[in-house]
Design a protein around this ligand. Structure first.
Ligand SMILES: *Cc1c(COP(=O)(O)O)cnc(C)c1O
Ligand SMILES: [Zn+2]
Length: 421
């Protein structure tokens, strides 16, 4: 605890004390939390982590909160890393893992950054918290704010999934729908953040918020026996998660919990909103902004992502790649993961599975490469996008004969009927 000594501009290197601030005052570059790694090294060990709670707070030495009392922990993190042998076989690979972050408290990985953002807001004495959201941050911030007894203002574009809206309202947040794209919602929320003392998770508390996301890299490494994976595939909305994943591996190496790491970091976006993938694959240095995203993958529908440029740098420097599958392929990805591994994900997860499939088909991933998929959200939150692609249930009379006919029709092997009963 208390190892975060301040903030540093990713562009010009200017340093700032810990405070609510969105970007560098000199160059508008993003700010990253800096740690006293010597101090962290003294305090953190594989044993200290193992003794910690089964949540992101097991890595508290590398999280930017100063006092234990400020921590708002409703159980974010420490989600299962599943060996996905059936999926691997279906794709012709040898070693695939699913990091199932769809089972977080509010059913997406956004509980990780929200837990840190709300804890930090408490430390800074903010009277209220907020966020601009594509859907999942909305529920995650509202739940953590409820636990912290802080008022919460959430700004979303119109047209999000019913469950995500309902969940947010159930947690008691003030939910504001704006008729416009996420980028327009974000601009409006930014104006409010700049002119008030409300702590907006992904705006003026962003340097702290993103720290929560890097715990995904920490956990995968711990769960693989303190070894960074060979390849991870990360869905991109703002690009914060992808950049934080890279930071996570770096920091574990920095404090000596792993020796070195050589992980390829690849990305997934939907075809209908792929500013990062399009910039990447066209060899550009920056993103190709999308004015009007058009995809079922609403949680990734950010046309001009804040960390998009940095995501491209990370992908290039780690020899990663990326794909932008169509909505149809995304639905197939959802289906494949559900059918092979029993994990029901939302379109963001479907995009990751579909991208993996394309990368394998295109020869970008070797048969023997170890791949970890970040499955960041839950299918139960996005029923209206998924249900139309699913078959209908059978409607039968409660008659044994009718059921036997069905069993014959679906050609289930090995089912026997007892004679004379
Ligand atoms: C927000 C979100 C992402 C992307 O995270 P960023 O940090 O914005 O890139 C991925 N998956 C799901 C389910 C999300 O809600
Ligand atoms: Zn700067």
């Amino acid at each position: 605890m208390g190892n975060a000594i301040g903030l540093k501009c990713r562009e010009c290197g200017e340093k700032y004390p810990n405070k609510i601030i969105q970007a560098c005052g000199l160059c508008f570059g993003p700010l990253d939390v800096i740690y006293d790694f010597e101090e962290v090294k003294e305090k953190i060990s594989k044993e200290s982590v193992a003794r910690g709670p089964p949540t992101i707070w097991r890595y508290k030495e590398l999280l930017p909160v100063e006092s234990e009392a400020a921590i708002v922990d409703i159980g974010a993190g420490y989600t299962p890393l599943l060996k996905a042998d059936n999926l691997a076989q279906a794709l012709g690979l040898n070693e695939v893992y699913v990091k199932n972050d769809s089972v977080n408290p509010t059913f997406s990985f956004k509980d990780r950054p929200s837990s840190v953002a709300v804890s930090k807001a408490i430390e800074f004495g903010a009277p209220a918290v907020g966020a601009a959201s594509t859907g999942n941050l909305s529920g995650a911030m509202s739940a953590h704010a409820a636990k912290a007894r802080l008022p919460c203002f959430i700004f979303i574009p119109e047209g999000l999934e019913v469950s995500k809206v309902a969940q947010t309202l159930a947690y008691g947040a003030h939910l504001i729908e704006i008729d416009g794209t996420y980028d327009e919602v974000n601009r409006f929320a930014t104006e409010i953040a700049l002119t008030s003392n409300i702590a907006f998770a992904n705006i003026n508390a962003r340097p702290y918020y993103v720290e929560g996301s890097k715990t995904l890299a920490f956990e995968i490494t711990e769960q693989l026996g303190w070894k960074a994976p060979e390849h991870v595939i990360v869905p991109i909305g703002s690009g914060a998660l992808l950049h934080a994943t890279w930071r996570g591996f770096n920091e574990f190496a920095e404090v000596g919990l792993i020796d070195k790491w050589n992980t390829r970091i690849s990305a997934a976006q939907p075809e209908g909103c792929a500013p990062v993938i399009n910039g990447l694959l066209e060899g550009k240095n920056g993103v190709k902004p999308v004015e009007k995203p058009d995809t079922i993958c609403k949680s990734l529908a950010i046309g001009d992502p804040a960390d998009g440029y940095y995501a491209i740098q990370v992908i290039r420097s780690t020899k990663g790649s990326g794909r932008a599958p169509s909505d149809e392929k995304i639905l197939e990805g959802i289906n494949l993961l559900a059918k092979t591994e029993g994990v029901y994900t939302e379109p963001a997860g479907g995009a990751v599975v579909a991208s993996l499939k394309q990368l394998v088909e295109d020869g970008e991933i070797d048969r023997d490469e170890q791949v970890v998929l970040l499955i960041t959200g839950n299918g139960l939150k996005t029923q209206e996008s998924i249900t139309p692609s699913l078959p209908k249930p059978y409607k039968l009379k409660p008659d044994i004969e009718v059921f036997r006919e069905l069993v014959n029709k679906v050609k289930t092997k090995g089912v026997k009927w007892l004679e004379g009963v």
